[in-house]
Write a protein that binds this ligand. Structure first.
Ligand SMILES: Cc1cc2nc3c(=O)[nH]c(=O)nc-3n(C[C@H](O)[C@H](O)[C@H](O)COP(=O)(O)O)c2cc1C
Length: 355
């Protein structure tokens, strides 16, 4: 298959591979700039950059300053375009969007929440707003709302299926019935929903599929089903450039298929993670009261939560895996080595071309 370019707004990405934002410092400037340099689109995650043990104001200031630092650092490593990933459930989501736009970011990828106010926060239409969605129903809600309220449509959509890592936009019941909720099932429904809006605005809304995409032939299959590109995250964890500790990467290399499990996150959404000592201990541990200086995640049920997810994710980033939560996609067990982003792109490109 000839590799198509991915066009979002008036920007062209040479290789239609977007590196998924990975929260709490997994995808920072080093990984994002390497992906952009390889011809894809690198994404800096804005999530968990401040110290949640501090006050709300200090946390927000630290998060903002750290995001600026990461964007500027990435710019010293690449001349290409970068995306910033933001989760709607963050108490400081709006501040992070504004900060990224002020720094000249042209791709805002917004997940975990319906972005009703996003076009109001970013009226500049040269900034490409890209919601992450997991159903045609939510696409319909967003398009109807943006069309009526702002006379605008998303520049692209990331359709994240049930095999993805991190928090998932599916119920536990849906995750028990993955085949009926697969990308292959949802993608045609989403393409159908966007069509009248594409006609009305005379603009394509590229759909970027995500979740469990592992090889070049997976990418080719998604493109042949009507996707304009793919978003991948799990495979980028085991690259030399990924910003996490080596033991984190090693945990991916060592994980077996049966040790990848669905968890119920304190945020109220299911997630996919590696079943490590931390998760096993939680099953038998007595409930502790967790310290929560302020609710950094608006949906977090801190009172009833067994652990602070922000602390658990920071622990993993720092390499303290026994006290850390390790998000991963369903295909993490297939990874057997660490490679450079350049090598990973070469492998994926060859895989697409071979189809
Ligand atoms: C370690 C990890 C952290 C993630 N964190 C976030 C996040 O903070 N925000 C988000 O929108 N998606 C997050 N995701 C989801 C990815 O961006 C991506 O869409 C998804 O994992 C794609 O599936 P794949 O990992 O099978 O390639 C995360 C995924 C992983 C593996």
């Amino acid at each position: 298959m000839k590799i198509p370019e991915l066009k979002i707004g008036n920007i062209t990405i040479k290789i239609p591979i977007v590196q998924g934002g990975m929260g709490v410092k997994v995808s920072l400037s080093s990984l994002a700039s390497a992906v952009t340099n390889a011809g894809g689109m690198g994404t800096i995650s804005s999530i968990g950059l401040g110290d949640i043990e501090k006050s709300k104001n200090e946390f927000e200031k630290e998060s903002r300053e750290a995001l600026v630092r990461e964007i500027r650092k990435a710019r010293t490593q690449t001349d290409g375009y970068l995306a910033v990933n933001i989760m709607g459930v963050l108490s400081n989501a709006e501040d992070l969007v504004i900060t990224a736009v002020k720094e000249g970011i042209k791709f805002i990828v917004y997940g975990a929440g319906i972005p009703f106010r996003l076009p109001a926060i970013v009226p500049d239409s040269s900034v490409n707003l890209i919601p992450i969605i997991s159903s045609a129903r939510v696409v319909k809600i967003i398009l109807k709302n943006w069309d009526r309220t702002y006379n605008r449509i998303p520049a692209a959509l990331i359709l994240e299926g049930p095999h993805a890592g991190g928090h998932l936009g599916f119920s536990l019941e849906q995750l028990d019935d993955i085949d009926n909720n697969s990308l292959e099932k949802i993608l045609p429904e989403v393409l159908e929903v966007i069509r009248p809006y594409e006609e009305k605005y005379d603009k394509k809304i590229p759909i970027i599929t995500a979740g469990g995409i592992y090889t070049g032939s997976d990418i080719a299959r998604m493109l042949s089903l009507g996707a304009s590109g793919v978003q991948m995250a799990t495979r980028f964890v085991c690259t030399e450039e990924c910003d996490v500790a080596d033991v984190y990467k090693q945990a991916y290399i060592n994980v077996k298929k049966e040790d990848i499990q669905i968890i119920k996150s304190p945020v109220g959404m299911p997630g996919r993670a590696i079943r490590n000592k931390f998760l096993i201990d939680l099953e038998t541990m007595e409930k502790k009261t967790i310290k929560c200086p302020f609710r950094c995640l608006t949906l977090c049920d801190a009172k009833n939560a067994q652990y602070c997810i922000a602390v658990a994710l920071v622990n993993s980033f720092n390499g303290d895996l026994d006290n850390g939560l390790l998000f991963c996609g369903s295909n993490a067990y297939r990874i057997d080595k660490i490679m450079s982003v350049k090598e990973l792109f070469a492998e994926l490109i060859a895989g697409i071309e071979a189809v």
